[in-house]
Design a protein around this ligand. Structure first.
Ligand code: SF4
Length: 373
């Protein structure tokens, strides 16, 4: 029996492909295909023997889970509520597809956390991202979310967009905060090659703000969100106390998880698995999609654990690290720790060490320094 805390479910359908999108999703609205996909998900779930009592979180992401018809949404949620009673049950919703009826269905089936992919309230920015929809649609969706009984609301934002100014970001934050979300995820734009946005940036038609402005925006949003009581508990995630995302928290503590669905990744029993990014192949494979799999050595796992824990405000807890990996963090990474402490990017804590505020701004490059032979 698999003792794991988190289950991820990938719904790889969208009604169109955004110009910035690097996720595995296909523009496909046919309800019959969605239905077949849900049956395949149900079969894949049956192939795992998961300890019902250990499972803390279910996260349904995509793609756009909210593209499903109400009937299909009920089917999807029923697959999981029939078997599990997680502490945290999240579903992502696209503002253009969110309806009050879908929210009622979600709540009836035990969903207690909504994550709404806003990205920006500025129509200029939405156009740059190649996202359909208007500011009005987003505001209506957030109004509906605030009226629903699901009180735990996350809003996703992106900053560092071509042509975006600090004032534009400030307006996005003002509007987002006016809905009083318990959680905001704010990511600096990652330009994916081979997307329409990537090509526009590559050709020079769109210009990114530059490192200095991007950093200024990041620092600004940290201050602004902290002023409103949403503290930074991970590089890109901010929450009121008790509204942290438990699902992501478990991933950053390097816990085992299973991902169901096309392209979904899993990590359990010391191996990483990835399902093929192919909806029709996934449906045809029934309960045994041909997963790619790679074993992690003990040192690989120690590296993964250090890098994930460093993403969080708590940083690496040496005792937890040693329990999980069998290694002494300070011995295994002594050179990296010393170098980054001297550079002002890491600091010691009572339980281990964590990134400093300067370190958070360059977290990816600090992580790259953590290498093992
Ligand atoms: S809605 Fe999200 S997953 Fe779908 S295409 Fe747009 S960015 Fe990608």
């Amino acid at each position: 029996m698999l003792d794991l805390k988190s289950l991820y479910v990938h719904i790889p359908f969208c009604d169109y492909k955004c110009g910035c999108c690097g996720f595995y999703s296909i523009p496909e609205t046919a309800e019959s295909l969605h239905r077949d996909y849900l049956s395949a998900l149900q079969n894949e779930l049956k192939s795992f023997d998961i300890d019902e009592d250990s499972l803390e979180t279910i996260y349904i992401g995509g793609g756009s889970p909210s593209i499903l018809s109400e009937e299909n949404l009920e089917h999807l949620l029923g697959i999981f509520t029939e078997k599990f009673s997680p502490i945290e049950f999240t579903i992502e919703m696209n503002p253009r597809q969110l309806t009050r009826d879908k929210l009622i269905t979600a709540e009836l089936f035990g969903v207690n956390r909504l994550s709404i992919g806003v990205q920006s309230f500025s129509e200029k920015s939405l156009e740059v991202l190649g996202r359909k929809g208007s500011r009005r649609e987003i505001l209506n969706a957030l109004d509906a979310a605030c009226d629903s009984p699901i009180e735990n609301l996350n809003i996703d934002l992106i900053f560092g967009l071509p042509n975006q100014t600090l004032e534009d970001l400030e307006k996005d934050l003002d509007i987002a905060l006016s809905f009083e979300p318990g959680h905001i995820s704010a990511y600096s734009l990652v330009v994916e090659q081979n997307t329409p946005l990537g090509k526009s940036v590559e050709s020079g038609r769109l210009k990114l703000p530059g490192q200095q402005l991007d950093r200024k925006m990041y620092e600004h949003l940290i201050c602004r969100l902290e002023e409103e009581g949403l503290y930074q508990y991970e590089i890109s995630n901010f929450a009121l106390p008790d509204f942290e995302c438990l699902h992501n928290w478990n991933c950053w503590r390097s816990e085992q998880y299973i991902g169901l669905g096309a392209s979904a990744g899993s990590f359990y029993n010391g191996r990483r698995f990835t399902n093929p990014a192919d909806v029709r192949g996934y449906i045809a494979a029934e309960r045994n999609p041909k997963r790619e799999s790679a074993a992690l050595t003990e040192k690989d796992y120690a590296w993964q654990t250090a890098v994930l824990m460093l993403r969080t405000n708590r940083g690496v807890c040496a005792a937890e690290f040693s329990d999980k990996t069998g290694f002494d963090f300070e011995v295994l990474f002594s050179a990296e720790i010393e170098k980054n402490i001297n550079a002002g990017l890491l600091e010691k804590t009572v339980s281990g060490c964590r990134l400093t505020p300067e370190g958070f701004s360059v977290a990816d490059s600090v992580s790259r320094e953590f290498v093992l032979d």
